[in-house]
Design a protein around this ligand. Structure first.
Ligand code: NAD
Ligand code: UFG
Length: 338
């Protein structure tokens, strides 16, 4: 089974390629390397013994996508490519709408022309905005508070309309909660450029001595200890969620929507403690004012994915922290440039 993986060199895409190959499928990767490095390919080969086909190019380039689809007998597309930094999206909304919304439309046009009818899209729990209650179910109202979130919601809406007009298509929207962790080998992980936006890479850079302390964005939320609570999910569990979606829904016409989370929330300070425990080093932190736009707590009700995709997250918070630490120690500066 040949799967076109857009953004397959990135954090979630690379882990998904490893799981696809291990399950006997063949990823065809398309990536413009905007936020990833070519050396990821060698790591995929190191971990699986298979070097996937890689096309360097942009999903907004229709002629390029037509060529990739003409050269490969693709059955399904998993679409990770896009921009993902909330703060940056406020500064550069045009780039976010162009990459995330326009890019997806070009991709679907190319799929329609090539008669590829199966698409899995990387959506986000951000589409639930500030939820009225937790855990969050798929039928909760959606909203967005920043251009990144709005771009994800726009794509969800576009794909819903496209599905109405072309009901023979199988379109799956996977709403990820907070992906963290690394491949257990320590050879593949998250490699943010510059200052990390997200909690886990920041903690691990403090633990390894690259940064002095973690800024904790507020300790006066109505949560267990006053700090923000999120549903952290191991990236390999998340990757496996895509395989489950492919296997159980990829060939079934319809619009399918699933939360991919664990169903459990951890606070910022609980994550700091778990990481200190796994790494055996103290993680220094300082409480600073709340980050604008943050919500108090957010975790998934993952029942629908469990019932319909026969998938649930298996890896623990200890796995998430220990695997991140192994990756950080083995690769203190991330992937090599070549
Ligand atoms: P990432 O930045 O590591 O990977 C995205 C990849 O897409 C990168 O390799 C980048 O070079 C590539 N890319 C970007 N624009 C492209 C374009 N126009 N053409 C071709 N390639 C392009 O991000 P990630 O964390 O792996 O996230 C993957 C997807 O999951 C994104 O769509 C993101 O919005 C979504 N998501 C991520 C999170 C998270 O916390 N990581 C949470 C929810 C949803
Ligand atoms: N946090 C800190 N200090 C930091 C970074 C984060 O205290 O340096 C806190 C945040 O305030 C929040 C928690 O750690 O309470 C998690 O923050 P992240 O930035 O790691 O994750 P978010 O939940 O804010 O957002 C992430 C992705 C979004 C995605 C969302 C839901 O960054 O793209 O999950 O999927 F939309």
């Amino acid at each position: 089974m040949r799967i076109l993986v857009t953004g397959g060199m990135g954090y979630i895409g690379s882990h998904t390629c490893v799981q696809l190959i291990e399950a006997g499928m063949m990823p065809i990767i398309v990536d413009n390397l905007y936020n990833s490095k070519k050396s990821v390919l060698a790591r995929i080969e190191m971990l699986t013994g298979v070097m996937p086909t890689f096309y360097e190019g942009d999903i907004r380039d229709r002629a390029f996508l037509d060529k990739v689809l003409a050269e490969n007998n693709v059955e399904s597309v998993i679409h990770f490519a896009g921009l993902k930094a909330v703060g940056e999206s406020v500064e550069k909304p045009l780039e976010y709408y162009d990459n995330n919304v326009h890019g997806t439309l070009v991709l679907v046009e190319a799929m329609r022309a090539a008669e590829v009818n199966s698409l899995i899209f990387s959506s986000s729990a951000t589409v639930y905005g500030d939820p009225a209650s937790v855990p969050i179910m798929e039928d909760f109202p959606t909203s967005a508070t920043n251009p990144y979130g709005r771009s994800k919601l726009m794509v969800e809406n576009c794909l819903t309309d496209i599905h109405k007009a072309h009901p023979e298509m199988s379109i799956t929207l996977l709403r990820y909660f907070n992906p963290v962790g690394s491949h257990k080998s320590g050879e593949m992980g998250e490699d943010p450029q510059g200052m990390p936006n997200n909690l886990m890479p920041f903690i691990s850079q403090v633990a390894v001595g690259r940064r002095g302390y973690l800024p904790v964005f507020g300790d006066d939320y109505p949560t267990v200890d006053g700090t923000g609570v999120r549903d952290y999910i191991h990236v390999v569990d998340l990757a496996d969620g895509h395989l489950a979606a492919l296997n159980y829904k990829g060939k079934e016409a319809g619009l399918h929507i699933y939360n991919l989370g664990t169903g459990h929330g951890f606070s910022v300070l609980q994550m700091v403690d778990a990481f200190s425990e796994a790494a055996g080093v103290e993680v220094a932190y300082q409480v600073v004012p709340r980050r604008p736009g943050d919500i108090a707590e957010c975790w998934a009700d993952p029942t629908k994915a469990k019932t319909e995709l026969y998938w649930e997250a298996r890896r623990t918070i200890e796995d998430m922290t220990a695997d991140t630490w192994r990756w950080q120690l083995n690769n203190p500066n991330g992937y090599p440039d070549v």
